[in-house]
Design a protein around this ligand. Structure first.
Ligand SMILES: Nc1ncnc2c1ncn2[C@@H]1O[C@H](COP(=O)(O)OP(=O)(O)O)[C@@H](O)[C@H]1O
Ligand SMILES: [Mg+2]
Length: 398
């Protein structure tokens, strides 16, 4: 699929903007702080309903305004669709597809994008929350219906934790037992579904990850992903160990029913500690992902360059998976300021790896950082204004 046109009103630093995009490689050029990331953030919002930079929508609304509007015309094979999102301060967001009102979530069924950004290094180097977000974003991109499962699960964890807190505060443990078991049922049902989906995702990413990593570094370092699931670990000391059930790793063949039974057992064993600490200690919200190269964990062993390559390979593997599975064709590939982070060899290999996607949108401050062999459609921006869009033709970049 491809973005044909983007219109913004009061989005970030854009009072108003009209930008056309071409199939193939598009380059958004402008000095830092001018609004390059803001443009691609608006595009990516349609794919995930959130920013790749901030967790709340409020920052997306232009300072001093109450509503931001982004409207995007997309092409999917021979068809076109018009998507619109209105982001409101202090009121629910509203969405349209082809001028008919829809739930905002519906937008993610229409548009797929994979964003590569400097922040991706934190998937490799940062804390477990970033890796869980990576996994869950990929789950939702593959299957938008899972967004509802993930948000229901988060709500159950919050409410169950509130109950544990009040049990501890009142010292009234037996009184909460009955209520707790209702939340346990939901925690186990939704949590097992998420664990099961993550296992299948890891399985599906295995080969694309190896291929992507090899394409980026031209060597085979055996990249691997391993889930560490808290229901099989010891949360007592806050260490969630890698699954070692029968000596194998997490198995995508284990049925959801079996997972539910294991989850329930683990929860029963943890009951006293959970009430003591008033924390929901087990479940996918406490799980982690270990990234391995040559059988060693990337964290603590890999070089800066290897860590970067792993992060890029993860994004690329998700893009490849979506490309294979989606009836709507290629996801739109967005490279937000990543060339500045990479040496020229990695830049060229990354661009070669995504070059065959239907549309690639790259932001850069310095034209010289961008591999020059391609025929780029260039969009120049400055101070929240588009100086020249690519609507009227393709300008080749030397
Ligand atoms: N909600 C907002 N309202 C007004 N300006 C904003 C808002 N959010 C960000 N900005 C401005 O946008 C600019 C940064 O844009 P960005 O797209 O990140 O730049 P870059 O071109 O470096 O990617 C900054 O000047 C910032 O102050
Ligand atoms: Mg930027």
């Amino acid at each position: 699929m491809r973005v044909i046109h983007l219109s913004l009103a009061d989005f970030r630093n854009y009072a108003h903007a009209e930008v056309g995009f071409q199939p193939g490689p598009n380059l958004i050029l402008g000095r830092n702080g001018q609004g390059k990331t803001n443009l691609v953030e608006a595009i990516a919002y349609f794919a995930s309903l959130r920013s790749h930079r901030v967790s709340s929508d409020a920052a997306l609304i232009r300072a001093g305004e109450d509503t931001a509007v982004a409207r995007m015309r997309i092409g999917v094979a021979e068809r076109e669709a018009l998507l619109e999102i209105e982001i409101n301060r202090g009121a629910p967001n509203r969405a349209q597809v082809n001028r008919n009102g829809v739930k905002p979530r519906e937008l993610t069924r229409w548009f797929q994008a994979v964003v590569f950004a400097p922040e991706d290094l934190m998937i490799v180097r940062g804390d477990p929350a970033g890796r869980r977000r990576f996994l869950d974003d990929a789950l939702v991109a593959r299957n938008p219906a899972l967004a509802g499962v993930l948000s229901d699960y988060e709500r159950v964890v919050r409410q169950r934790t509130t109950l544990l807190k009040s049990a501890r505060a009142n010292g009234a443990r037996s009184a909460v037992e009955a209520t707790l078991s209702v939340w346990d049922d939901q925690l186990v049902a939704l949590g097992s579904r998420i664990i099961h989906e993550r296992r299948q995702l890891i399985e599906a990413l295995r080969d694309p990850l190896v291929e992507s990593y090899r394409a980026l570094v031209e060597q085979d370092h055996g990249p691997e992903l391993r889930l560490e699931e808290s229901i099989f670990g010891s949360a007592a000391d806050d260490v969630s160990r890698e699954t070692t059930a029968s000596g194998t790793g997490p198995d995508s063949d284990v049925s959801r029913e079996t997972l539910e039974a294991m989850f329930r057992d683990a929860l029963a064993r943890m009951r006293a500690q959970e009430i003591d600490r008033a924390v929901t200690l087990l479940g996918p919200h406490r799980d982690d992902l270990t990234l391995m190269l040559n059988h060693l964990p990337v964290k603590g062993y890999a070089s800066h360059g290897e860590s970067w390559s792993f992060a890029l390979a993860l994004r690329l593997a998700v893009a490849e998976l979506l490309r294979r599975e989606s009836p709507a064709g290629d996801p739109v590939i967005i490279l937000d300021d990543v060339f500045a982070e990479l040496d020229s060899g990695r830049r060229a290999r990354l661009m070669a790896a995504v070059g065959a996607y239907e549309q690639v949108i790259v932001t850069a401050a310095v034209e010289a950082d961008v591999p020059g062999e391609l025929s780029w459609s260039t969009i120049r921006i400055s101070g929240g204004a588009v100086l020249d869009g690519s609507d009227d033709g393709v300008s080749a970049h030397a």
